[in-house]
Design a protein around this ligand. Structure first.
Ligand code: N01
Length: 547
């Protein structure tokens, strides 16, 4: 039976071919591709502007940690030719300018409803339509629904006791205000030492009267060596950009600048190893993480990388006690997302920065004037929560998504996300996810993975339309096999050894399942292409809606 929802005005839902949730890198490109197929599409975006991650994460120091020219769309030659990046690693304002430029250049805004959050998406089996409802009371009926909701878009909300009693301003790095925040002369406390904290405190340390860094788990961080973009790189990309793009698509992490290696750390002598690590450290960014082929799989090899970075920390941080506190010990190198910084460890040599170990003396409460740990009181004027996100499944879980038989995606995923290729979940026909759990996503250059998914989804819809097929759905068998494969590959690596957000370990009660696919961007793409070339093997395609 059809259960048609109504708009808050009492009117029947408006209809379109595709509803897209989110107007970040994924949603914008999807809209462009859907229009290219001649389809009507509506995009719903919670923010007041386009940009997704780069709309929300406006904290000081926010910047990408993949080189700008690689962290940009490749689908349009003209776009690539006309856009000029100014820095090796673009900062948030420039990335947001870029995405606004894309929205204007491809005339995307007219199909985007801003400040509109999708609250539910319900599949009506009788008509094979998704009924998508927003917090503005609108209901839209669409054949396809694509979740372009991002992997790191649902903030981990602070729940510290006494939080509401704090008299000063509080900030979450993932929901930073639009107007500049002035910390001059202020005592600032920051909770967390992940990428967002590391980037922001590097800036804030220079402004605040005093910065207290509340660290529970130290993170490995490597230098970005950021600066104005090298004109030689720009010139090289003009000639070889297409080759680099293709290399990125076939690579492990979707990054052409990281040269693959077959060399094993344990086959190299101590001197050779050090030379390789030094060379990669000097290159900047993630290069160190891929210095040897066995770092992510062999504990002894991994320990050589960990020891190298520990030595670097000891060399930078003058106070030996602080240096030791900053050295990670509880998990293998690179198994929590590596941070890429601009002078992070150096801030601990400043007299106005104090590292507070909240692993040995946990945070007990937030007080009206600061924060109390088991070791004492810390008075601050402002508090920053750099405590991360409910990653990969958080944004999907905040929407009431219901598939066949009214099954809630959240219920289906109660023990961890289950998808086929990270693109669809059985029981949820015509619902696609961009960079969903079970795809390389957060272990890759997101833009390469986003383009791959959007292109695959576009080809798939074209395939269905060309054959008058109404419904497509992952089969339970294909999904089971894929989930098993994702786990199997993860278990060949050291990744599951860290209590990371990749595993959902940062959110109390979240099932511990390694969510991204660690098999590599290139092999994953091959698999997706193979599935498509075999008539979408593992998916059930049907021409009838049917109850
Ligand atoms: O979040 P995180 P993030 N008490 O989860 C701590 C991407 N990103 O926003 O490890 C005390 O990494 C927590 O401690 P612990 C990137 O993929 C990219 O920094 O749970 N501390 C940890 O230190 C990144 O990985 C870019 O013990 C608490 C921190 O908060 C991802 O986003 C820039 C706590 C959270 O770190 C997330 O990064 C920024 C508590 N109750 C982000 N709860 C670039 O591209 C949490 N913590 C450059």
């Amino acid at each position: 039976m059809s259960r048609q929802a109504l708009n808050s005005t009492g009117e029947a839902p408006s209809a379109c071919d595709v509803v897209i949730v989110g107007a970040g890198f994924s949603g914008l490109y999807l809209l462009h591709r859907m229009r290219g197929l001649g389809l009507t599409a509506r995009v719903f975006e919670a923010g007041a502007g386009v940009g997704g991650t780069w709309y929300w994460n406006r904290y000081p120091g926010a910047r990408v940690d993949i080189e700008s020219q690689e962290y940009s769309y490749s689908f349009s030659e003209e776009l690539q030719d006309e856009w000029r990046w100014t820095e090796r690693y673009a900062a948030q304002p420039e990335l947001l300018d870029y995405l606004n430029h894309v929205a204007d250049r491809f005339d995307l805004r007219r199909d985007i409803a801003f400040e509109t959050r999708v609250v539910s998406a319900v599949f009506d089996e009788a008509t094979a339509q998704w009924q998508v409802s927003t917090d503005r009371g609108e209901v839209v009926s669409a054949r396809f629904c694509v979740m372009a909701t991002g992997c790191l878009s649902a903030p981990n909300e602070p729940t510290f006791p006494g939080l509401e009693s704090f008299r000063g301003p509080t900030y979450h790095t993932g929901r930073w205000p639009h107007e500049p925040v002035d910390f001059s002369g202020k005592r600032v406390g920051i909770i967390g030492t992940g990428s967002s904290a590391i980037q922001s405190m590097t800036e804030i340390a220079g402004q605040a009267g005093h910065l207290y860094v509340f660290q529970r788990t130290p993170n490995y961080s490597v230098p970005a060596h950021n600066g104005p973009i090298d004109p030689a790189v720009v010139a090289d990309w003009k000639v070889n950009g297409a080759t680099y793009r293709q290399a990125a698509r076939l690579s492990a992490a979707g990054i052409a600048a990281i040269k693959p290696t077959e060399q094993l750390a344990l086959d190299a002598s101590e001197e050779e190893r050090r030379a390789v690590y030094e060379d990669r450290w000097a290159q900047g960014g993630f290069a160190v993480g891929a210095a040897f082929a066995d770092i992510s799989i062999d504990p002894a090899a991994n320990a050589t990388a960990a020891a190298f970075v520990a030595d670097k920390i000891r060399g930078i941080v003058k106070d030996p006690q602080v240096a030791e506190l900053l050295i990670p010990r509880d998990y293998p190198f690179g198994t929590k997302r590596l941070c890429v910084d601009t002078g992070y460890y150096e801030i601990f040599n400043r007299p106005n920065v104090t590292l507070v170990d909240v692993a040995s003396a946990p945070i007990e409460a937030i007080t009206p004037t600061g924060l109390r740990t088991a070791a004492g009181e810390f008075e601050v004027d402002a508090l920053i929560f750099a405590i991360g996100f409910d990653a990969m499944t958080g944004a999907l879980g905040r929407i009431d998504i219901r598939g066949r038989g009214g099954l809630a995606l959240k219920e289906k995923w109660a023990d961890g996300p289950r998808t086929y290729l990270g693109l669809m979940s059985a029981g949820f026909p015509n619902l696609f996810m961009v960079t969903g759990p079970g795809s390389p996503s957060v272990l890759s250059n997101m833009i390469v993975s986003i383009e791959q998914h959007v292109d695959w989804i576009t080809d798939c819809i074209e395939h269905l339309n060309g054959r008058q097929l109404a419904v497509m759905e992952a089969t339970a068998e294909a999904e089971d096999a894929w989930v098993a494969h994702v786990n199997e590959v993860a278990d060949t690596t050291l990744y599951p050894q860290a209590s990371s957000w990749y595993l959902g370990a940062n959110i109390p009660g979240k099932p511990r399942v390694f969510m991204p696919y660690v098999g590599g961007v290139g092999p994953y793409r091959e698999k997706c292409d193979e599935v498509a070339s075999r008539g979408y093997e593992g998916f059930a395609l049907s021409s009838v809606a049917g109850d």
